[in-house]
Design a protein around this ligand. Structure first.
Ligand SMILES: *Cc1c(COP(=O)(O)O)cnc(C)c1O
Length: 421
């Protein structure tokens, strides 16, 4: 469920007409709903109910400070994957004890920053990382709490580029080696083993892969406890998918995911950490764009928008589907047209949809890409020297620009011409 609805013939974010935002902020622009962000966070919180738990929002999905602050005020922790994300989480007021640090390539500098600023745990992905962590922690005279990210060799049955739990993926430590690496970790200076971590991929639309992974984590936890480790936290990662298309086939709900967690690992008495990203932010955001031209091609009609692949790369990168809807509600029985929906960038990959059946549109009309809140703005770039797409947050009848569109002057001023040139 989200808070983007037609009202009086205009698509609104909560109580604000998207046409009003387009008029003041311009297009393209991302627009987020506070109520949807909050609702999704609370769904997970309720799904885990009385299990001791922390929801560490995977902020790589959408990391604007206003979004982080919204979630932090609800008590959210954060899953960070870089020093930059760690700094963002701290700047949003998230205390170190609610931040988990994930990622296959943490640098010594990033590790030092997190150990100094406070961290709930490092999700360690390799033995070399463990060695660096131990050395840096010992140098600083502190102890690093760790979970090992295990790779359970489970097929998440999602897009190959966002599948992370198969043995051929770069992520985690093979679960078959886990006991040996835990023994090694426990013997290292400056390391305290606190838990087990797993994350098998993103946009999962079935519960079975989670069930297989969590069952393996439960078995491993019992084996590790028998080996003498005090495993008291289980980080089950993120990955729950969202509906991108308005069809009957909806992915599992947080409530059922919560029940699965209870069933597979609930008996272990561990604190549960989960790291949802997409499900919290995805349907909380849209990308607002305007039609520049309707162009008649040979045997096809192109809808050329002012948004492009640099603003929303998911269709080009993952062949992703985003529902595209007109901001002005089409009249009942209005004509429909098949369009190739494209942007102005000089690449054929700059195609949002092929042969998409849409209500008839004209130059100047506004459209919204639904479900664009996660892995949208964060993956945008300034390719073709198109200004970084701005972000707007709505709450009830308030809206504010939470990241401004840079001017051409600001963009140019970031470059430096060497004196010797
Ligand atoms: C990307 C990622 C997540 C979030 O995945 P979603 O599909 O957005 O829920 C969680 N944990 C880790 C380690 C990740 O890399």
């Amino acid at each position: 469920m989200d808070h983007f609805r037609y009202r009086d013939g205009v698509l609104c974010a909560e109580d604000v007409a998207l046409s009003d935002i387009a008029a003041t902020v311009g297009t393209p622009a991302y627009v987020y709903s506070t109520a949807t962000l909050e609702r999704h966070y609370k769904l997970f919180d309720e799904a885990l109910g009385d299990l001791p738990h922390t929801i560490c929002y995977a902020m790589k999905a959408a990391s604007n400070q206003a979004i982080l602050t919204t979630l932090a005020r609800l008590g959210a922790g954060m899953d960070v994957v870089s020093g930059g994300e760690y700094a963002r989480a701290k700047a949003a007021g998230v205390p170190g004890e609610r931040i988990v640090f994930s990622g296959v390539g943490k640098t010594e500098e990033e590790i030092r920053a997190a150990l100094t600023g406070g961290v709930k745990q490092f999700n360690v992905e390799s033995e070399p990382e463990l060695a660096v962590l131990s050395r840096v922690a010992a140098e600083l005279g502190v102890t690093a709490p760790i979970a090992l990210r295990v790779n359970p060799d489970v097929d998440a049955r999602t897009h190959a580029k966002i599948s992370t739990g198969k043995s051929e993926n770069k992520f985690g430590i093979p679960i078959s080696k886990a006991r040996a690496v835990y023994a090694e970790a426990a013997a290292l200076l400056g390391i305290e083993v606190v838990g087990v971590d797993v994350h098998i991929g993103s946009q999962l639309t079935e519960l079975e892969p989670f069930e297989a992974a969590f069952t393996r984590v439960a078995e491993l936890t019992e084996a590790l406890r028998a080996d003498g480790h005090d495993i008291r936290r289980l980080d089950l990662g993120g990955g729950l998918g969202i509906p991108y298309q308005n069809t009957n086939e909806a992915p599992p709900l947080p409530f059922d995911y919560g029940a699965l967690i209870r069933r597979t690992v609930g008996h272990l008495g561990c604190e549960i950490e989960i790291e949802p990203g997409r499900l919290i932010a995805g349907n909380a955001g849209i990308l607002l764009a305007r039609v520049i031209y309707v162009k008649e091609g040979e045997g096809r009609r192109f809808l050329i928008l002012d948004a492009a692949m640099n603003d929303l790369i998911r269709p080009a990168m993952y062949d992703a589907w985003h529902d595209i809807v007109p901001v002005k509600e089409p009249a009942a029985g209005a004509g429909r047209v098949t369009y190739d929906v494209v942007g102005p960038v000089c690449e054929s990959g700059d195609t949002f949809a092929k042969a998409r059946d849409l209500p008839e549109l004209a130059a100047g009309d506004l459209v919204a890409f639904r479900s664009a809140g996660a892995y949208g703005a964060v993956m945008s770039s300034e390719y073709n020297t198109r200004p970084l797409v701005p972000e707007v947050l709505v709450k009830n009848d308030h809206h504010a620009v939470i990241r401004a569109r840079p001017s051409f002057e600001e963009m140019i001023a970031r470059d430096t011409i060497p004196a010797w040139l």
